[in-house]
Ligand binder design. Structure first.
Ligand code: CMC
Length: 442
């Protein structure tokens, strides 16, 4: 992908910024680089060698760690695009398989390309039978994300023929395997935790329908997947497919920058996603709504969210990048009502509570001032709960859908001829050199 992606343009010599050290009066010119859209960046790659300075940016709020042609976000405008296509259009007119193809190959597939791709994914959905025994090593009450980290990491012990990252064919096979096997691994993590037999993948079902079947079917009777629920599931997958250089994607890139195999890198991404400030937020939203319990208690929780001495935050609100409505939340808000109607859950008290909370928070000065809008996790949790998923599976579904983004970003990095091992520097604030003191004198 990156081999065909346009590299960022180094701007002409006059497009520079000047850095001046006021203590010495010395100045240095630094080039400005332009992408195809979005903020320009100051190229600081030679900063240390030319000036002896590092930049300081904990949390990378002002740092572009790479160039990428996959996903564009304008957080102020609430825009998310993959390959130039608006997320709203993809959610409305496309499906997850097409979005996967778009991220992996850089364009929407023709009918023939789509057929071949879907076949390749479908025929990689089964797991090596030996992997099944791996599950038995986990306690039944393990969090399914713990199982995901373990089993996905273990794939590198099973698929040796796709771990040579210097071989483009093996890279693509590993990418297909990861996208295809993730639903099977996720469904088995769930089945294991509830003590039901594993349900094998079915090649006659779509990606989303097959996943729902592996989750909800039991061998004892036929389970018919509802087409509208499969569509809602597919839409959730689309909305989570990629989100540029977030914590888990950056984790995958950093792990991959050392040359680690893709299965190990994706396991690292899953670990990063697990945290409540990232993918774990949808689970946290549901727990929070249950804790709030009724509309009358909303003011009490809003007060807590504003109190700097209270660690409580309103889960599902705020985003590092979106300082406007999260466009994924807007799509899911609509989907949420459709799903609840299909399932006859219109009177779902948690949704009622969520809507009241959204309304009050959107009008509250604290949230308005800080541009804290509902994010994608605010709605996905409600939909998933109505569909019958336990809260512990919410982040697993996020990981499943995000796998294509992770592998596309990993591939893009490996295929970038300029890529180097990621190695940030630091501002050291510890002790300076001191004498070693033998233990008897400490
Ligand atoms: N509830 C109450 N106050 C908040 C919240 C919240 N959810 N989010 C941010 N703030 C306040 C924060 O205290 C700070 O206030 P002040 O300026 O007075 O110190 C201000 O808003 C800016 O917050 P920040 O922590 O500097 O923002 P950030 O960009 O570092 O954090 C975030 C972004 C998503 C981690 C944070 O908004 C948060 O913890 N939200 C709740 C968790 C959540 O829903 N996460 C899902 C993110 S979307 C899914 C994904 O892409 O992974």
């Amino acid at each position: 992908m990156a081999s065909s992606s346009p590299k960022a343009k180094a701007a002409s010599r006059k497009n520079t910024v000047t850095l001046t050290d006021n203590s010495s009066g010395q100045s240095w010119e630094m080039p400005i680089i332009e992408g195809s859209t979005g903020p320009r960046v100051i190229d600081v790659r030679r900063l240390y060698s030319d000036t002896g300075f590092f930049t300081y940016d904990p949390g990378y709020t002002s740092t572009a760690s790479c160039d990428s042609a996959l996903t564009y976000i304008d957080g102020d405008e609430g825009i998310l695009m993959h390959g130039g296509y608006a997320i709203e259009d993809l959610a409305e007119h496309s499906d997850y398989m097409e979005v996967c193809y778009l991220l992996l190959y850089g364009h929407l597939p023709t009918a023939a390309e789509r057929r071949d791709f879907e076949k390749a994914i479908t025929y990689h959905t089964m797991l090596h039978e030996q992997v099944m025994y791996f599950y038995r090593g986990f306690r039944r009450d393990s969090h399914p994300m713990a199982i995901m980290v373990g089993v996905v990491g273990a794939l590198s012990a099973f698929y040796h023929d796709s771990t040579d990252i210097s071989d483009p064919h093996q890279r693509m096979v590993a990418s297909h395997r990861l996208v295809a096997k993730m639903p099977t691994i996720a469904a088995m993590a769930y089945k294991y935790s509830i003590g039901q037999p594993f349900v094998y993948p079915r090649n006659d079902l779509s990606f989303a329908a097959n996943f729902l079947h592996m989750i909800f079917a039991v061998p004892a009777e036929e389970y018919k997947v509802s087409p509208s629920l499969a569509r809602a599931m597919d839409r959730i997958f689309i909305l989570h497919a990629d989100h540029e250089q977030n914590a888990s994607t950056s984790t995958v890139r950093i792990a991959g920058s050392s040359g680690a195999n893709p299965f190990a890198c994706i396991a690292a991404g899953i670990a990063s996603l697990w945290g409540p400030a990232h993918g774990g937020a949808n689970e946290a939203v549901l727990k929070m709504l249950q804790e709030i319990g009724s509309k009358e208690r909303i003011p009490e929780f809003l007060k807590r969210a504003k109190d700097k001495d209270d660690p409580f935050r309103l889960m599902g609100f705020g985003h590092r990048v979106y300082k406007n409505y999260d466009p994924r939340a807007a799509v899911l808000r609509k989907s949420c009502h459709e799903v609840l109607e299909e399932l006859n859950h219109q009177d779902e008290p948690l949704l009622d509570l969520a809507m009241a909370l959204e309304k009050i928070a959107l009008e509250d000065d604290y949230f308005v001032k800080r541009k804290l809008f509902p994010n994608v996790d605010f709605y996905s949790g409600i939909i998933l709960q109505a569909m019958g998923f336990p809260t512990s599976m919410f982040t697993v579904l996020f990981a499943l859908a995000r796998t294509v983004g992770w592998v596309a970003q990993w591939k893009e990095m490996i295929e970038d001829p300029d890529h180097r091992i990621s190695r940030p520097r630091q501002l050291y604030i510890g002790k300076t050199k001191r004498e070693f003191v033998p233990i008897e004198r400490r």
